[in-house]
Design a binder for this molecule. Sequence first.
Ligand code: ZN
Length: 323
Amino acid sequence: MIPRRPALVGLTTLPFAAASAPRAASAAAPKAGVAAPGFHRIRLGEVEITALLDGGMRMPEANAPRFFRDYDEAVVRRLRERAFWVEGFLHQPVGAYVINTGRHLALIDCGGADWFFPGTGRLHQALAASGYRPEQVDAVLLTHIHPEHALGLVDGEGRRAFPNAEVVVSAQDHAFWTDPAMESRVPQGPRFIQAARRAVGPYADRIRTFDAGRETEVLPGITAVPAIGHTPGHVSYRIASGNEAMLIWGDVTHQTVIQLANPRWRLAIDVDPDAAVASRLATLAMLAAERMLVGGVHLPWPAFGRIVPDGEGYLFVPRPWQL
Ligand SMILES: [Zn+2]
């Protein structure tokens, strides 16, 4: 006789036998509950660029009509469906970039502080996870002096968090955001001025300024590019090595899905909303024409990608992870 039946019995009972055995340890592991410090590293010519995740900000969707002067609810509803975003809140990642040229270690922006914007302030954990120490940083290059871009300059006691770094920032932004007289004149009120002074004040003898009105090479291979409007001296930084280049922007967009689809929408928080629109249009047109790699402080994490035309606006296409 062919022993067919015992073999079948064996096969069919195996899964049940496995199910009744003690559970594998992995199935009962506690949920971690917290995200790992985020960093992602790429190579651009001879330069290493590491994106760091400082955290994120959540804006109640109900606040969006006050954030955008030209808000159109029907347009945003269509974008929300297309982008699959969670209803109720608009999420805004906060990042920063480490640029290692081989000669200099520079940070472009440096994250926020959770006492100012809850959900931000983890840059230093991400920096450590990425293999760098704060004392190795030679320069912090600021796109502008807003809290979630600059408060990482100081620790909880208001001391320099980067003891050997100079702070490089446009003369226009430095003058504007450190002037107490501006407390009553900026869209966000005195808190933003006070935060800016707290961030850059301890570096008073290590500040290097440049004119945001024209391109300036601030370190070999790293050039400040005008993007004025969000703040009086807002800039992007272009990094070039060999025949490769990328642009890292600060706040050319905050809500990437909405603002790439509607690049002409003015923001209530911009110091000069019309100039900011002009800067956004010029930056996006250049990136699309050049097919240049782009990074941005509030772009979807890990914030490396390209800008492509899409109808009246643009789309962000994330850079595929490649060995
Ligand atoms: Zn920002």
